[in-house]
Design a protein around this ligand. Sequence first.
Ligand SMILES: [Zn+2]
Length: 445
Amino acid sequence: MIAAMLLVTPLGHGAPGTAKQLATGQSEGGDLVLRCGLLINGLLDEPLADQLVTIQAGRITSVESFDNVRGKITDSAVMNLSGFTCLPGLINTHVHFDTNPEDAADYGIYARRTFGQNLRLILDNARTTLLTGFTTVRHVGAWFPDAVYQARKLIDQGQAMGPRILTAGPYLTIPGGGGDLTFPEIPPDQIPSESQQGIASTPAGFATRAEAAILAGADFLKVIASGAVFSIGTEPGAPEMTRADIEAVVKVARKYGKQVTAHVHSDQSGQDAILAGVDSLEHASLLEDDTIVLARDHGVALSMDVYNGTYTDTVGRQQGYPAVFLERNTATTETQRVVFEKAYKAGVTLLYGTDAGVLPHDMGGWQFTTMVERGMSPMDAIRSATSVAAEHLGLDSDIGVISAGKVADLIAVRGNPLENTNTLRAVEVVVKNGFLIKTSNALPQ
Ligand SMILES: [Zn+2]
């Protein structure tokens, strides 16, 4: 699936002899000059042709027409991406690095993995995610939040390869709820204590858990308003946390200037979460028309995993996911896609989010095509994963757009993704913070 090679040294000024550490760090930035055949900057409605992007110390210093500099720069200093389209580094607002899709065939794995194994899994998934073009992710809840904090730290320090991670820490969830690690395969006395940090059953209890998560390092908070599709003994639609529970979490988040996102399938819990003041909803599968309008009017964004149903139905069946998961998947997939169509038409803010963890981490770019099939313009689909996501996350002064002054996160795909969104499934060039992380074997070496 990935037809490209990985460079293990950054191209600092294009000098191969000046080998530095693996190009992972955010504390320092690299230098690079790219010539992009087309450039989608993340904001404009139309792509720009033949642009030169100059990067110094991890920031974009200029974006200009190549004609302006023709003859003034030496070709050898420029990475020639003439047959490619450059875009801002992608942002996925719905990932879980401490799970893989095949875990759904046996959730007992979560009681057997050690902290070290969880950390390795998270770092493997983080690396894969970066190599598929996602330079920033929102990690919306973990069963192993401490391992995610550790992975975030290693990546930030440049000791491991991965995207910029914003993490919610633990799931805030009721006992036995969609975020509680209570599965038939796991005996109650073997449920890892690390997974229990967000469990409460009253507003006061949730406030305490929310505050603890922020003090432990959460960048935002995640509530399980209603149960998961892949759960045992709970209904996907049934509200779990009450509006008062969610309000208590939102109040704590606001005190610290943090956002709250809610896992929601049912219409009722969608309404509860919106009225409780959350900033975004994941899934939003069963929202009715009035609730879609309510989301828009309250400025609540939706992060909908509209490709996943297809993956689960094919691969999940082969891998032997429990029958109840497959039935629920079938029941929610088409409904959710119709909600997506309506939400787009209504002008709701839509954030690119794939529920990676349920979807394999190397398939982050597969959802663009489904979004377009369901009525979204290709440019809006790209903006949902770049400028729109960055703005929602409060990171738009740094990322989400290719323009002078921004952090140099950008990717390139062969051809034109506005004509064929499937090109975003095979990102061939990845630059994070000015470091070349991945380059195409189609380029002259
Ligand atoms: Zn999720």
